[in-house]
Write a protein that binds this ligand. Sequence first.
Ligand code: C2E
Ligand code: CA
Ligand code: CA
Length: 741
Amino acid sequence: MSDFKLNIRDDMMDFLDEDSNDSAKKTWKIAVIDDDESVHDATKLALRNSTFKGNGLEFVSAYSAVEGFELLKSNPDCAVTLLDVVMETPTAGLDLVERIRSELNMHNIQIILRTGQPGYAPEEEVIEKYEINDYKTKNELTHSKLFASIASAIRAYSHLIALEESKEGLRNVIDAASNLIKERSIHEFANGVLRQISALFSISTQGIFCVSQNPGRGLQEMISKEGNSYTVVATSSKYAYLYGKALDQIKDEREIDIVMQAILDKSSHFEDHHTAIYLSTPACWEGVIVLDGRFELNDVQKELLQVFCQNVSLGLENAKFFSHLNRAAYFDNLTGLYSRSGFIFNVGTYYRHCKQNASLFIVDIDYFHDIIEGLGYEFGNRVLVAVATALTQSFSEYDMVARLHSDVFAILVSDNRRSLKEIGKILSKPIYVDGSSYRLGFTIGASEIDAGEELFDGESLLRQAEIALKIAKEQTRGAGMKFSSKFEEHNRKRLNLLGDVRHGLVSSEFFLNIQPKVSMNTGDVVGYEALLRWRHPEKGLISPGEFIPIAEKSGLSFDLDLHVFRLVLQFLRDYPDVAKPISINVSANSLHQADFIDGIKEILNEIPTDINKLQLEITENTLIRSDAAIRHLTELREFGFTICLDDFGAGYCSLGYLLKLPVDVIKIDRAFVRNITADVESLHVLKGMLAICMELKKEVVVEGVETLDQVKLLTDLGVEIAQGFYYFVPLLPSELVEKAL
Ligand code: C2E
Ligand code: CA
Ligand code: CA
């Protein structure tokens, strides 16, 4: 594109067209080559004041063939030459013709040979060989005859030139379009198109480029007069005020009319003062380029313009698609905030820009699931939008706010540091949804970066704040936690442990402890609970309280649970004297997965066992609002397992909900037993729970019974079955058959 005579500023195109200024002065150059001076005068006289296609004639003269050669060499833009045949030699003119075509390579110039006598007319073959365009005798110097032949010569010349131009133009058009196809931002692309158009067609004008915002909009929307679905994506200086706006912001009636027409009949419009060029892409994105100004395109140029537009449509598709994908990938649809990837993508730039200490806060709405559960998904969305609005309003435009996922937001405060307390204060203000105000609880994780830190890694900053948030949720819900490098250590340990669990599973590091359940009235063993133990080759015995939660989070508890199931079945097979049922803990993770049931059935096939000897313990949190889990539980119960609701009272479920669950036994969490002998309130709570269970005629087991006082109290309350250190600690199978059959 370097050969275009255009000054183009980088950001705005500035149509500066040299040609258009001198196009008014354009003349057709005629070379008169004749050794007879009077012929020169007569020719000029005859053609004086003649114009062709609005342009006058300009004469240049030479008086011999040698001079003529030099004249044409220095005037390559001559349209026509009137060439004398006989000059220095009888064939000087014919010889010059040959040199014009072969040495000067002037193939467009029209050559009109002139001779003094009709008898000197060249042979036809000569005319053909030298591409001589016309032949006249000198006495045909009258105005009308001469003008007719000059006019047809100029016409022929201008056609040849146009053809050449269009060939050249076509090449440029295709080059320009293919350059544009690589452009991926819609703004850059549209600016490029405006520039290329002005360059290719030497149009000195102002322009607007607008595109539809969505592909394949319905017809109704397309023809809506508001034009709201079209946005101006590039402009020249005159129209700069329209940049980024909707089409209906165009002030000039004629401009808006021509745009709407182009959109309506999906074609380009060329009018006196405006041109609207219509583009459409295979995915039905549409673009309209409006050019303003008094300019004329010849037919060849108009055609080239159309070809150009067809070619750039593909580029438009590319750019639109890219920005569409970009938007989808980097922005959250619901709130318009950055998405997690948008945040990571941009955070580095923000940080480098501010060059100060920065803090990142990750904010999690407490009990958001309960909000959705209670008030609906749509309401939940409005809460999220309200939170997003409150956050954007509370921070400056130099801060970054993102929605990372569901109810988790990130705020990068880049101008200076803010404390967790300050953020908490901002968040404690009420938000407004549907005209009512709500106060939400938030848990916050924070991380910090020092000014001037060269290696800025947005992802690790985010990860640190997320770790802090996780720990805050476990320890100080409703408040905040700042990241400390200790957390990372903790996290790494957890990860290592996970790898070890995997390894331990295949190398038989896991084994069973079994804890009897006892009838409080008789002291007899009435059942058992299988509890998993892990002997780590280096770290020794690791409690399930440590590894079960990690395994659950990574999905590994599925394998662990099936492993325990198998160990229990092997135990029952190896000790057929064990007559009372044994219960097996099932984690949330396993119950959610449909193939858990298949896994259990497979093991039962392998080691046939009386199903009446098997119970499953499920914690209430496992079941929270999971239809799949409840379905699987029902299936297991129908299959013949006795189902036991473990840790009753420790979770977040409402009683009403819990009591509807398909369970046979309720196991009251040991937290409710711990203080009953010291604290009246605890006793009251336990009494209430027992009353409800009895009312529902569920079998009750109380766990964590450690002292004689507790035993007495519980017996008085009518509890029948207990489990706890007072009776038995968890035992190895071999110990159990000795002590507790
Ligand atoms: P859990 O299901 O509530 O199991 C009872 C826990 O209470 C066991 O701890 C047991 O050793 C302990 N315990 C029994 N009697 C007393 C007592 O009188 N006082 C006190 N303070 N504690 C008592 P353990 O074995 O450390 O297990 C902890 C948790 O790990 C279990 O709580 C259960 O949620 C999980 N777990 C243990 N084994 C398995 C298993 O095989 N699969 C699954 N999914 N989870 C398991
Ligand atoms: Ca249990
Ligand atoms: Ca329990």
